[in-house]
Design a protein around this ligand. Sequence first.
Ligand code: SAH
Length: 346
Amino acid sequence: MATSKKDIRALTRDDLRAFFVDQGDKAFRGNQVYEWLWQKSAHTFEDMTNVSKATRKMLEDNFVINHIEVDTMQRSQDGTVKNAVRLHDGLIVESVLIPTKTRTTACVSSQVGCSLDCKFCATARLKRMRNLNPDEIYDQVVAIDKQSRLYHNQALTNIVFMGMGEPLMNYKNVIKAIDKITSPEGLGMSAKRITLSTSGVPKMIRKMADDEVKFNLAVSLHSAVEEVRTSIMPFNETFSLTDLKAALEHWYAKTKRKISYEYVVWKGINDTQKDIDAFVKFCKYVPCKVNIIEYNPIEDGDFKQASSEALQHYIDALEKNRIVVNVRRSRGKDIDAACGQLANKK
Ligand code: SAH
C-alpha cells in the first residue's frame, strides 16, 4: 500500500547511523538495523529482535520497508520457477529461477514493463510503468536464492539481468542493487557471476566501462545488418550498430572482458548468407562468444523460428571463424518463463 513514510532502504548505512545519532541513540544501532534490512532481509521492523521494542516502534512510525512479495509462483516441468512479484505500489514484475545440473541462475527484472520496443518480445507490449528501486531488484535475488536452497539444495550461483526491462535505462538503480548483491554486507556474491544484458545503449555501455564494473556484459544483437536490426528493434535507428560497435570496443579496451551476443534466428528475417556474414564480421570486432537462443513464440507475433539448417549455417560459419557458440534450449516455456515471454499474464 502506498504511504508517505520514507522507504528505509533508500538510506545508506551512513544515513542510518546519522539518523540514530539524531535520535540520541548510538551510531552503532544504524549498523544493526542496516544488517537486518540487507543481510537478513527483514520484511518488518518486528523481525529485528536485537533492537528494543521502543526503537522498533520509532522506526515503524518513521519508515516503511517496501519489501516485494512473491504473489504467485509457478513451477515448470523442467524445474524452472517463475515468480510474479508484487511491488509496494501494487505493480507486478516477473523473475525466474533457472536450474541446470551445475548451477542455479536468477533472471531478474529491472523495470516494470520496458522502455524499448523490440517487435519479438512480449515485455515490449507492456507500457514502461517505472524503474525498479535498488531494493526491489535485490529482493528478487533474495527470493530466488531462497527457492534455490529449498528446491535445489544450493545457494544461487548466477544472476542475469534478462527479465523485464532494459537495465541500462535504469542504470543507477541497477548498479546500486549489484553493489548490495556483491557486498559482504548484502549477499556477498561474486560480480563474475552476474551478467547484465542490454539491447545495446552505446552511451551507457561506455559509462559502465568507465565505471570499471566487474560484472559481465551481454548484448541482444539479433542482427548485424543496420536495416534489419532497425526493423525488429526500432530504437536501433537512434542507437545504431556503428555506435554500438564503438562502445563495445571501448568496453573491451577498458575491461578486457569478452562480450556475449544473444542472437535469435528467424525465418525470412535474418536467415540469409548476408546476415550470417555480417554477424561473423561483427563478432570479430571484439572478443566475444555467441548464444543462439531458441525463439519463444509470443501471442499474435509474426516471427517464426528459422529452420535447423539455417541455424546450422550460422553455427558452422561462427565455428569456422573460431567464435565460441552455444545453442540455448529454452527453459520454462510451459509457464511462459522463457526469454521474451515475461508479460504478466497471470
Ligand atoms: N532489455 C535487455 C534485457 C532483456 S533480456 C536486453 O534486451 O538484453 C531478454 C532477452 O530475451 C534478450 O536477449 C531478448 O532479445 C530475448 N528475447 C526477447 N523476446 C524473445 C523471444 N520471443 N524469444 C526468444 N528470445 C527473446
